[in-house]
Design a protein around this ligand. Structure first.
Ligand code: DLL
Length: 433
């Protein structure tokens, strides 16, 4: 039998949802216009006033927000309440220009937790469950989000955070974890490790909630088999709150977007034109209940398709496919957002030219990142020790910039193929989309 955390809203009629969205959107536009000078200016430039927005049919009149806007307004420029009303920030990795810092009031946290609670109940979670959270805690939204959701459900929550696989498995067996929350690559790794240790019959897991990075149906089957569970997808982004913007139900054919909090649109990434349901394009969100950091028409850069086809689970909220790619060059490696420009900055700062290639792969279900860099003729050396010292220096500088390990391979001048058009900087052998 299907269970819901908030059945009255998760299974509301289309009319009820639209009515709620209309009312909340009008209120939210006024809130943003009155309190966020940055967005007010954008509206003025487009000649739109809050009075022009009477319902969701007027949404297209509002200007888009992009990551560039977040950078321009960093750190406080998009905050819509006094800082004394904010109780938390969360953030993505990256340097100042690329880092996203999102703000939350207590009310924002409560609603976010409820979204995650919906996801946990959708996979069968109840207060009898032991929810094992090994998404990272701290600035990353994964740990805090699922942690908050689990508390709302009343499950016993294990705030494990990431890493230390032996300890994860020990807690899992000793405390009888039943729902696992982590990235799909870590879930696959845990599955392998548990099987290698011959401990599969000692774990009680029944379901997993896996997201923050792209994963394929094949990977889902592998994880389900190795852990003996049902594996569900969950999607979200820091800008819009974190995990739980959408989540999978028992049908496992896409993720229901929490439409009482987020209005979703699909646009053509080149023209910005809104596309009809069923067409593939860039996902855009308007958060209609956020107090502290309410983004209107935020371009996620995630490419997907929306569907309102009736779902067998009884939920009525629109479904999105798994992201099928991105309309920018952001890579997600081990769950961390990596922009090629960050890597380039490090290389240039260290005196290299912009002749490099980034090679991403997935080996034993774990992402690997390698940067091949040409030495300049001046720094060229055929001493293995000298090259190793230089490589180590770059590894450290990249780690400081990206927060993750990247293997560095220095190559002789003029060995990286030059392109006649756009340089081919990224070779992603994971073929996730
Ligand atoms: O990854 C939030 C999250 C945490 C989601 C835990 C799910 C579970 P960011 O670090 O801001 O937030 O990265 C957001 O990650 O725009 C997508 O490109 C990608 N992403 C998130 N979930 C999925 C997913 C968190 N289920 C960016 N499938 C998004 C594919 C995903 N990509």
């Amino acid at each position: 039998m299907e269970h819901y955390y908030q059945p009255e809203i998760e299974c509301a009629s289309r009319e009820q949802i639209i009515e709620l969205q209309n009312e909340r959107l009008v209120k939210q536009v006024r809130h943003v216009y009155d309190n966020v000078e940055y967005y007010r200016k954008k509206m003025e430039e487009k000649g739109v006033t809050p009075e022009d927005i009477k319902s969701i049919d007027d949404l297209h009149k509002l200007p888009f927000l992009t990551k560039d806007d977040l950078r321009d307004a960093y750190p406080y420029g998009l905050v819509a309440v006094p800082l004394s009303d904010c109780v938390r920030i969360q953030s993505t990795s990256g340097t100042t220009g690329r880092r996203v810092v999102a703000f939350y009031t207590q009310h924002d946290i409560d609603l976010w937790d409820e979204c995650c609670a919906r996801a946990i109940v959708a996979v069968g979670g109840t207060k009898e469950d032991v929810v094992h959270v090994c998404y990272g805690y701290g600035l990353f939204t994964g740990g805090p989000g699922l942690n908050g959701g689990s508390h709302k459900v009343g499950s016993l929550t294990l705030p494990m955070s990431s890493g230390n696989t032996d300890r994860q498995i020990q807690f899992m067996t000793d405390l009888g974890s039943t729902i696992l929350c982590c990235t799909p690559s870590y879930a696959a790794y845990l599955g392998e490790s548990i099987n290698e240790r011959g401990l599969k019959d000692q774990i009680k897991l029944k379901a997993g909630i896996f997201g923050a990075e792209a994963w394929t149906e094949e990977m889902r089957r592998d994880i389900e088999k190795s852990l003996g569970i049902k594996a569900y997808d969950i999607y979200g982004l820091t800008e819009i709150s974190g995990p739980g913007v959408s989540f999978e139900c028992s049908e496992q054919t896409g993720m229901h977007i929490n439409e009482d909090h987020f209005i979703a649109e699909i646009i053509d990434p080149n023209t910005g034109e809104v596309l009809p349901e069923g067409e593939k394009g860039e996902l855009v969100f308007t958060s209609i209940t956020k107090e502290a950091f309410p983004l209107l028409r935020y371009r996620t850069r995630d490419i997907c398709v929306l569907s309102r086809k009736k779902c067998s689970c009884g939920r009525t909220h629109v479904k999105m496919t798994k992201p099928m790619g991105r309309s920018d060059d952001m890579l997600i490696v081990k769950g961390v957002n990596v922009f090629p420009s960050q890597i380039e900055t490090v290389l240039l700062n260290k005196g290299y030219a912009a002749n490099y290639q980034i090679i991403v792969d997935r080996v034993n279900n774990s992402d690997t990142l390698e940067v091949q860099v040409e030495m300049t003729p001046e720094m060229f050396s055929d001493s293995v020790t000298e090259v190793a010292v230089k490589e180590k220096e770059l590894v450290n500088a990249l780690k400081a910039m990206l927060g993750i390990y990247a293997k560095v391979k220095l190559v002789a001048p003029k060995t990286i193929t030059r392109s006649e058009g756009k340089a081919v900087r990224i070779i992603d052998n994971r073929h996730l989309y």
